[in-house]
Structures are given as structure tokens and as C-alpha cells.
Ligand binder design. Structure first.
Ligand SMILES: Nc1ncnc2c1ncn2[C@@H]1O[C@H](COP(=O)(O)OP(=O)(O)OP(=O)(O)O)[C@@H](O)[C@H]1O
Length: 251
């Protein structure tokens, strides 16, 4: 299933947040959204996921979700959002409980996603026993369990330290190479965008407009030093980020 954002603009009261944003999210690709603080990245993601309606414009779906998809548009948040009293297994099974699946079907799905995220040995652990990186892997496993058409990831690694971020990026690359999931990935971190994005959408400061869409052709498993792309992205963002920073301080 592909998604197309068509002429999306949004305002909250007097605050214009997004202006005339159009972009394609092709199936099997990771589309990163970067831009200065407060430019509307999370708002755009919520609209893509149908949590809010834009003032103007629309998000169109083309094609059907994958067979067996239980929740075509599935979010992964920065704060993991795990239930503390449920084990890893229990947190993943939670998203399957409202669906008409047999116990055996549920077990197969849970075992598969725990294996894919290398969590099988931790199935019985509680969130408080896990590191931040492990918790985010549980959140990713839970998202994969519903076989989404598109994963909507809002700064999924930003609560983690630098080394754990590296590990999780490796995990996401390995997951994508195994099964080419589709994702919209909001991040502040240009290294993440350059490592994971097939396409990087650079938004201006608020109201967020598209400054440039940068395609990155290098395969995900062959992304060594990508300093050129990263410095191009930073060049697009630097002045906007500075202006946005001053704006927040003034406001
Ligand atoms: N529900 C809301 N009501 C009113 N204003 C909102 C609401 N949600 C977001 N905003 C405002 O819209 C603007 C964009 O917010 P948003 O969180 O989408 O930006 P962002 O680019 O994701 O920010 P950051 O990089 O800091 O996470 C901000 O000025 C924010 O205060």
C-alpha cells in the first residue's frame, strides 16, 4: 500500500503549522522527515496516521494493506508505551487480543516477531527489567505483530543513548532487509535519516513546508560514511534551525 499526502496544510487556531505539504510514501520504503523543532513533523505524522484531520488537503491510500494486516497504520513512539505489569510476551500479545485469532495463530505471530527482534529469550521479562534499547525493541515487535502497511515512527530512538541508537539502527536495517516494511520516520537526528531513509523530506521551520526531498540510493546495508548527504541535509536545515531556535526563545 502506498500513501500520498496531497496539499496538506494545517493550523491550530492562529498558529499555522504546516503549509501545502505533498509527498509520496511508496510501499517498501522508509521515508524520513526532518526539520527544525516545532516545524510540524509530529503533526504531519499524526495526520498521515489518521489521528487528526488536516485543515486542508488529504492523505490518500493506494492499494490494499498486506494480507492479514490487523492495523494498517501503526505508530511507534519515543517513550515505548509499554504496560509495566505485562511481560514482553504480554505486551506484544495485547495488540492481538481484540482480533479474531486462535490461540495458536496468536502464538505463531508472537514467536515470529520476538524472533525477528531477537527478544525470544526475554519473553517473560517485565519492562522494568529491560534497558531502554530492549524496551524499544519490544515496542517495534508489538508494531510488527499487527503486520502494518505503514509504520509511523515518531523519534523512536531519541530517548536512547548514542550507542544504543547505533544498535537499534542496525536492528532496523536487518529487519528491513528481511522484510521490506514501509515506514515514515520522524527524527531530529540527521545520522539516523541518512542511515535509514530511502527518501529524506526536509521541512522548513513553522509553518513546515517541504524544502527539499533528498533521495538516497545507496542500499541500506551499504551505508558507510555518508558525510556528503548528511552535510547537504544540514546545509538545508541550519538556517531554519537557527531561526526556529530564536523564535522559540522569543516566544
Ligand atoms: N494539539 C495542538 N494544539 C495546538 N498546537 C499544537 C498542537 N500540537 C502541536 N501544536 C503546535 O504545532 C507546532 C508543531 O508541533 P509538532 O509537535 O508537530 O512539531 P515537531 O516538528 O514535531 O516538533 P519537535 O521537533 O520539537 O518534536 C508547535 O508549535 C506546537 O506547539
Amino acid at each position: 500500500m502506498d500513501l500520498t499526502v496531497e496539499g496538506l496544510s494545517h493550523r491550530y487556531g492562529d498558529t499555522e503549522v504546516l503549509r501545502d505539504v505533498s509527498l509520496d510514501i511508496p510501499a517498501g520504503r522508509i521515508v524520513c522527515i526532518v526539520g527544525p523543532s516545532g516545524c510540524g513533523k509530529s503533526t504531519l505524522l499524526r495526520m498521515i496516521g489518521g489521528l487528526e484531520r488536516p485543515t486542508v488537503g488529504a492523505v490518500m491510500q493506494r492499494g490494499a494493506p498486506p494480507r492479514g494486516s490487523l492495523n494498517p497504520l501503526t505508530f511507534v513512539f519515543q517513550d515505548f508505551a509499554l504496560l509495566p505489569w505485562r511481560t514482553v510476551d504480554g505486551n506484544v500479545s495485547l495488540v492481538l487480543e481484540d482480533h479474531a485469532l486462535s490461540r495458536a495463530e496468536r502464538r505463531t505471530i508472537i514467536d515470529d516477531v520476538l524472533a525477528r527482534t531477537r527478544l525470544t529469550d526475554f519473553a517473560g521479562a517485565l519492562p522494568r527489567q529491560l534497558s531502554g534499547g530492549m524496551k524499544q525493541r519490544v515496542a517495534i515487535a508489538r508494531a510488527l505483530a499487527v503486520n502494518p502497511a505503514v509504520m509511523l515512527m515518531d523519534e523512536p530512538l531519541s530517548a536512547l543513548d548514542a550507542q544504543t541508537r547505533e544498535l537499534l539502527m542496525d536492528d532496523l536495517v536487518a529487519l528491513w532487509l528481511r522484510e521490506r516494511f514501509t515506514a515514515v520516520y520522524v527524527t531530529h537526528n540527521l545520522a539516523e535519516a541518512v542511515r535509514l531513509g530511502h527518501r529524506v523530506v526536509v521541512l522548513s521551520r513553522r509553518p513546515g513546508r517541504i524544502r527539499e526531498v533528498v533521495e538516497i540510493d545507496a542500499p541500506l546495508d551499504a551505508r558507510g560514511a555518508m558525510e556528503d548527504v548528511q552535510s547537504h541535509l544540514w546545509g538545508l536545515m541550519r538556517d531554519e534551525a537557527r531561526a526556529a531556535d530564536a523564535e522559540l526563545l522569543d516566544g
